[in-house]
Design a protein around this ligand. Structure first.
Ligand code: ADP
Length: 185
């Protein structure tokens, strides 16, 4: 069973948290916490490529051959392959180096660039994982505040096709950090 919180509305956009597996979400797009190579990896990245099949990696290769590696804070879009989601938005979060190397700004940018790309593709619903808090080592209490702040700030600007944003948190500790961050809004 997925745990679901009370939703909040930000500028008529529904924002809520669940504990679960992002590869099973049926939002129109899911966001991948990718690395700059876009060639897949561990964590949520590996799970998305396994569940979505080879079409996603094919498109990622085309993106890299066109524009090179994807820098932290940027986002690109591909098919969702075999996923329920029609699209995967791949973004790269910052590696945590103690917090004074622009990590909050890059993490904010990863969320907001993903939402911009969703808007450019007229996407109505988006699921996010907890970007950077796995292998990239960003402390989840800090990352959750940045994540909720970045998404709500974007939605408050009001220029978006998106009507629903879901944070899909894999484990109980991550879920509870995001719940605190959302309650603090
Ligand atoms: P990063 O390299 O950006 O730190 P990771 O994939 O290592 O990315 O971890 C980011 C978060 O994604 C972690 O909280 C991890 O537990 C979570 N995660 C791993 N698999 C899944 C999944 N299938 N669905 C949602 N979140 C996942």
């Amino acid at each position: 069973m997925e745990k679901q919180t009370t939703e909040v509305m930000v500028n008529q956009v529904r924002l809520y948290l669940i504990q679960g597996d992002i590869t099973r979400q049926d939002t129109e797009a899911i966001v991948n916490a990718a690395n700059s190579s876009l060639m897949g990896g561990g964590g949520v990245d590996g799970a998305i490529h396994r569940a979505g099949g080879p079409a996603i990696l094919e498109e990622c290769k085309q993106v890299v051959s066109r524009q090179g590696r994807l820098p932290a804070g940027k986002a690109v879009i591909t098919t969702g392959g075999n996923l329920k989601a029609k699209y995967v938005i791949h973004t790269v979060g910052p590696v945590w180096h103690g917090g004074k190397k622009g990590e909050p700004e890059l993490l904010t940018s990863a969320y907001q660039e993903s939402l911009k790309l969703a808007t450019a593709n007229n996407i109505k619903s988006v699921s996010f994982p907890s970007i950077s808090t796995g292998v990239y080592g960003y402390p989840v209490d800090k990352a959750s505040e940045v994540a909720i702040g970045a998404v709500t700030a974007f939605l408050r600007r009001g220029i978006t096709s998106v009507k629903e944003v879901v944070f899909v948190l894999f484990d109980a500790q991550t879920f509870s950090a995001y719940l605190s961050a959302l309650s603090g809004q």
